[in-house]
Design a protein around this ligand. Structure first.
Ligand SMILES: Nc1ncnc2c1ncn2[C@@H]1O[C@H](COP(=O)(O)OP(=O)(O)O)[C@@H](O)[C@H]1O
Ligand SMILES: Cc1ncc(COP(=O)(O)O)c(N)n1
Length: 271
């Protein structure tokens, strides 16, 4: 069996639901060998973010080189990259590789805490997105990337197209977690739209949904799946992870990375 590997470059969540920790759990569930480069150490839990400390640029670079020069990953994702300097470093490292690259453009945590400097938005747009295979913004992130309001499915389609045609991503998925009604995401791959729809579960235990979704997409690309197959696998996985999400902690609990093994069983509300 050939082992495929994936690398996440992101911030941490010591409570295990988001960031690097969520990504590594997702890679493991998809049977891909997981590796990580930490950009910022975050004191956070299900209640919110308490404190953030950024690692130095030379130290982030050392971590990256340690992985890349030894076990070159089959796919890479970035999550929380807070500063312009971090983005420039990562862009420089990824610009001449052909490794599939997924960007989860993490800007603000669900709890409302900013995880990216505002002035970095321009840099993610100009330097990182043109290098990417798939970008996975939620609605507020997509609005900041494209500069218009997203209220309807048509707006989401338009935003996905702008991210591909104008910002230079190979594909974009605008996630519908923040819209009303069914949880409907829109993938645009430069030619076609694909809609990924699930029922909306009435739960607030959704800490780390975006991290887990993009990590599964990364794992599937590492295995050589197409963008469409990878995004469909990500949607299936996150739907079960939310359906069986965990009432852990005192705030918004984490998603359940074993959700896909629990199909047919009652969720935590007994439904
Ligand atoms: N309550 C929910 N029920 C079912 N799916 C959801 C729910 N909330 C979010 N999702 C799905 O989870 C994935 C992550 O979306 P979203 O929560 O918008 O991302 P983020 O964590 O970046 O804000 C998407 O596929 C979205 O459709
Ligand atoms: C290190 C890190 N990366 C990403 C998120 C976003 O996750 P969420 O939007 O679910 O809070 C987070 N809270 N922490």
């Amino acid at each position: 069996m050939t082992i495929k590997s994936a690398l996440t470059i992101a911030g941490t969540d010591p409570s295990g639901g988001a960031g690097i920790q969520a990504d590594l759990k997702a890679f493991q569930e998809r049977e891909v060998y997981g590796m990580s480069v930490i950009t910022s150490v975050v004191a956070q839990n299900t209640l919110g973010v308490q404190q953030v400390e950024h690692l130095s640029i030379p130290f982030i670079e050392q971590q990256f080189d340690a992985v890349w020069n030894d076990i070159k990953p089959d796919a890479v994702k970035t999550g929380m990259i807070a500063t312009i300097e971090m983005m420039e470093l990562i862009a420089g490292k990824l610009e001449n590789t052909d490794v599939p690259y997924v960007i989860d453009p993490v800007m603000v945590a669900k709890s409302g805490h900013s995880l990216m400097e505002e002035k970095s938005r321009e840099v993610i747009r100009n330097m990182l997105i043109p290098l990417s295979t798939v970008v996975t913004p939620n609605v507020p992130e997509a609005e900041l990337l494209v500069g218009f309001t997203i209220k309807t499915l048509e707006d989401a389609e338009k935003a996905a197209k702008v991210i591909v045609k104008e910002l230079g991503a190979k594909a974009a998925v605008v996630k519908g977690g923040h819209l009303e009604g069914e949880a409907k995401d829109v993938l645009y791959d430069g030619n076609d739209y694909t809609y990924l729809t699930s029922e909306r579960f009435p739960t607030h235990h959704t800490h780390g949904t975006g991290c887990t979704f993009s990590a599964v997409i990364t794992a599937e690309l590492a295995k050589g799946k197409t963008i469409k197959q990878a995004v469909e696998a990500g949607k299936k996985f996150i739907t079960d992870a939310i359906k069986y999400s965990l009432k852990l902690g005192n705030g918004n609990g984490p998603t359940n990375h074993w959700g896909h093994r629990l199909q047919g069983l009652p969720n935590q509300e007994g439904k």
